[in-house]
Design a protein around this ligand. Sequence first.
Ligand SMILES: NC(=O)c1ccc[n+]([C@@H]2O[C@H](COP(=O)([O-])OP(=O)(O)OC[C@H]3O[C@@H](n4cnc5c(N)ncnc54)[C@H](O)[C@@H]3O)[C@@H](O)[C@H]2O)c1
Length: 255
Amino acid sequence: MTVAAAPARFTGRTALLTAAASGIGAATARRLAAEGASVLVTDVDGEGAHRVADELRAEGRQARDLPLDVTSPTEWAAAVAEAESWTGRLDVLHLNAGRNLPGAAHELDDAAWHDQLRLSLDSVFYGVRAAVPLLRTARGAVVITSSVHAAVGFKGFPAYAAAKGGIDALVRQLAVEYGGQIRFNAVLPGAVVTALWAGASEEYKAQTAARAPVGRLGAPEDIAAAVAFLASGDASFITGQNLLVDGGRSISSQE
Ligand SMILES: NC(=O)c1ccc[n+]([C@@H]2O[C@H](COP(=O)([O-])OP(=O)(O)OC[C@H]3O[C@@H](n4cnc5c(N)ncnc54)[C@H](O)[C@@H]3O)[C@@H](O)[C@H]2O)c1
């Protein structure tokens, strides 16, 4: 999807995005690139990341791609080194990897619990640890993709809620720790139609849309717009926040 003309808030800036081969990450790569950023598109699916970067290059944007499994500290070091060797800087880090592994607490085995936390929470720590030196120099911003599950309980997703809930506290901690140097915020998407929703029936989608006061499901571009805002100078007085981007789902009593 081509992004409409947008203010060039990221000209001369470099952004590294994770899990950006599809869905919210790809939409954010397109948005930041359209606003002038040099984007380093990464994903564990290296071919998918390559496709997104290729599409951006074909539109005349500045883009590179790299395979990055966010659960690997070694790969994190290589990704940050790639950003540094490419443009010499890192201004924006979008930590977006995640997947909701279902299972009520009494059904969940140790491996599933740890897989969920490793992918959605440990990875945030690895990414921040690797990128802090460059982000400090650039006075950069980090935006983490959390979930409405951090704010509201949904049956069957305790590990996902715990991982995303950990992000809620971590952004405040990091914002205090690196205040004045790096801003940290999270977006909490509601129901957003991406590959995560591939198995959902039309009936379930319609029910879910009806539960949100805005009356529709989200698009990846809805989340990308919020990430771009929080990463930009427009949000220079905002740090340590968890922003719900859920069409109002979490403030509605509708079942
Ligand atoms: N779609 C929704 O309804 C929704 C709602 C709330 C939160 N989220 C969150 O949004 C984020 C993005 O999800 P999406 O809906 O765009 O999903 P998506 O399935 O479209 O994209 C997920 C991407 O993550 C990549 N990935 C998986 N494991 C990885 C790893 N170890 N390292 C690097 N990349 C990896 C996949 O290859 C894929 O490209 C996730 O953190 C998810 O929890 C999504």
